[in-house]
Write a protein that binds this ligand. Sequence first.
Ligand SMILES: C[S@@+](CC[C@H](N)C(=O)[O-])C[C@H]1O[C@@H](n2cnc3c(N)ncnc32)[C@H](O)[C@@H]1O
Length: 274
Amino acid sequence: MTGIVEEITIGPARLILGDMREVLPALKMRADMVMSDPPYMLSSGGNNGELGGCFGRNRYDNGGALFDVVPWHEMAPIMLAACADNAELIIMATDREEARARAAFEVEGARFHRLLVWGKGTATPNRWFMPNCEFGLYLYKGKARRLNDCGARQMVQVRQMDVSHHYLPADLPKLERAPHPTEKPVKLRQDWISNVTDPGALVLDPFTGSGSTVVAAMRAGRRALAIEKDPKWFGVMVGRARDALEVSRAAFRRAGVAFPENGAVSAKTGGCGA
Ligand SMILES: C[S@@+](CC[C@H](N)C(=O)[O-])C[C@H]1O[C@@H](n2cnc3c(N)ncnc32)[C@H](O)[C@@H]1O
């Protein structure tokens, strides 16, 4: 059993609909990098009903989970086993979750480089300081790798610009046509991916949501393996990957790396999949 419900390969990206806990162990893959924004318990500081959007009363039960949560101690060994002997990981978390996340990855053998800070430019209403940043746990497995741009800063400001709702079917009811509730900017991910991997590297995101990591990897001239268990967001990811195809082709050309028309196998990593 592979747990793969559906899959499609678009140029350098292999996109899979399924539960990462079943799919990833079955793929026996060797990613050069994991770039992911996992579904963890949200700690919005209490919501007494004043919040809108994805935290509005009509969409969110104030229970702390926007998605089905996968505990850190469960996802960490699965992700690390899917990495090559030497690999980089950037795992997004809020300040209230990052200690738990870091402990779960370190106990499985990952080592900590630095806490990256994403300044979002917007702030979420809250009674105990309004959060306006999120964090990327920058970890590594095996041997540490130098950054491509050692002048890159720990904190970056990148404005959130949601695009995922443009890829939803037009006949969905209005309430279901909102952007993915935790969509991340492509630029943020593209900069991080470009800095910690070589062109042609394989980037894994086992909780891809609307596909921001896929688009970022494609634009950076890297390959992507993406898993998402919600068919709605899998469909959005497929649309976004199709739109990124030509930009990706140009990025591979600029880097002097052969474009993998169908997620072709790389000598370095052993390829996109099983
Ligand atoms: C925090 S969101 C990621 C959003 C992403 N950063 C983006 O830009 O769209 C986490 C995603 O993981 C998915 N997910 C939750 N549990 C999963 C599982 N066991 N396997 C695969 N995907 C899962 C959810 O459906 C959700 O879309």
